[in-house]
Design a protein around this ligand. Structure first.
Ligand SMILES: [Zn+2]
Length: 56
């Protein structure tokens, strides 16, 4: 269980394990891999979370 929780909250790329770069403003928080493998956008005001994963 602890492993699962830790995995959910880890801010690293699932592909290359690089630490994700986070940016945020009043409406949106974006986390992305510096290598472009993975990208996550969370829109707090809309309650929407969008995840992009590597296509290859
Ligand atoms: Zn990556």
């Amino acid at each position: 269980m602890l492993v699962v929780l830790k995995k959910w909250f880890t801010d690293t790329c699932p592909v290359c394990q690089e630490r994700l770069q986070a940016e945020s403003d009043f409406a949106c928080t974006t986390k992305s891999c510096p290598q472009g493998h993975y990208r996550e956008e969370a829109y707090c005001t809309l309650g929407v979370r969008v995840t992009y994963k590597a296509l290859k």
